[in-house]
Design a protein. Structure first.
Length: 324
């Protein structure tokens, strides 16, 4: 019997006893409880203990089944039992209130999902939304997800397919940016070690804002298919353009797409893609940006093409890529 049911049954028996409506077995159970209570070395801890209600209700249940009471006690003794019953009802009511309040005060924890540095990870949330995390990424789902809004936080890169619910917008926080949708699909690239955050829409409509000291500044409203926004974390500037969202999210198909990236950014992307350490001298990065895509090309071929494109030397070894 659960604690809630025990409490309810116990209160019912005690109330009937006080109103002299208890049947013989119920009256005997209450009187037996009083008898047993007197045998406790210290009745105060017994009543103050959080398990008192369960103990007493179990005692009453056992006494009803066993019928161990031999005779009714005197009328005077019954009065004492009534007083004890009244006191127990007060204690049980207090315990119920305390337990309910205490339970409501226990905070629920956020849920964290992480992908490894070797493989992507697919997540299905309780609202039916599907998120594919790229390697080395983390998604935190708020403990109150779905109550009024659907709040998550992202570090890294992910492709979102959001279940439609106009009453509960889906909000993704990535750094100081906040992306809000109701039902759409899009890609967010927001690795902490990168200078830029990029959001590209595959379907539906997307709203993007950034956090400011005064609240938030809206950067884009109603972004639709193949619209992208690139936010520069160092300057705070945002650039909107039209480009192929499927190409930007082609990492889902294990393709390598270098998107307007400097040599330093290419190095980090190669580390994630090949799961290898990339060694280079930052001085070779002159700030120039490059765009190129590879469809499952061998690593040696990729290094060869990058060497020609950037006029630097990319070499691929068993455990390391070197850029000179």
């Amino acid at each position: 019997m659960s604690q809630h049911k025990n409490q309810k049954a116990l209160k019912s028996v005690l109330k009937k006893y006080l109103e002299e409506k208890a049947n013989p077995q119920e009256a005997e159970a209450v009187e037996n409880w009083y008898e047993e209570l007197g045998k406790e070395s210290d009745s105060t801890p017994y009543l103050n203990h959080a398990g008192a209600i369960n103990n007493l209700s179990r005692l009453i249940k056992n006494n009803i089944l066993q019928q161990i009471l031999e005779q009714r006690k005197t009328k005077l003794r019954s009065q004492y039992i009534k007083y004890a019953a009244i006191f127990l009802l007060m204690i049980s009511a207090g315990l119920i209130i305390f337990q309910s309040y205490h339970a409501s005060r226990i905070p629920l924890a956020d849920i964290t999902f992480k992908s490894s540095h070797e493989a992507a990870k697919e997540i299905t949330l309780k609202d039916g939304s599907i998120i594919l995390l790229n390697v080395g990424s983390e998604l935190i789902v708020a403990q109150d997800f779905g109550k009024y809004e659907r709040n998550v936080s992202l570090q890294g890169e992910a492709f979102f397919k959001i279940a439609k619910d106009k009453r509960k917008p889906f909000i993704i926080k990535s750094g100081i940016l906040k992306t809000t949708v109701v039902g759409t699909s899009f890609n967010i690239n927001a690795y902490p070690d990168q200078d830029r955050i990029k959001i590209a829409v595959a379907s539906g409509k997307v709203r993007i804002a950034r956090k400011t000291a005064a609240g938030e500044e809206v950067l884009a409203i109603g972004m639709t298919k193949d619209a992208s926004l690139t936010f520069d974390k160092s300057t705070g500037s945002a650039a909107l353009k039209t480009e192929d969202a499927a190409l930007i999210s082609s990492w889902k198909d294990n393709k390598l797409y270098i998107d307007n990236a400097t040599i330093s950014e290419i190095a980090k992307q190669l580390e994630r893609y090949y799961h290898l350490k990339v060694v280079y001298n930052p001085k070779i990065d002159k700030g120039k940006r490059y765009t190129i895509r590879f469809n499952h090309e061998p690593a040696n071929r990729v290094m060869e093409i990058l060497s020609i494109l950037t006029k630097t030397k990319f070499t691929y070894q068993t455990n390391q890529i070197t850029i000179k």
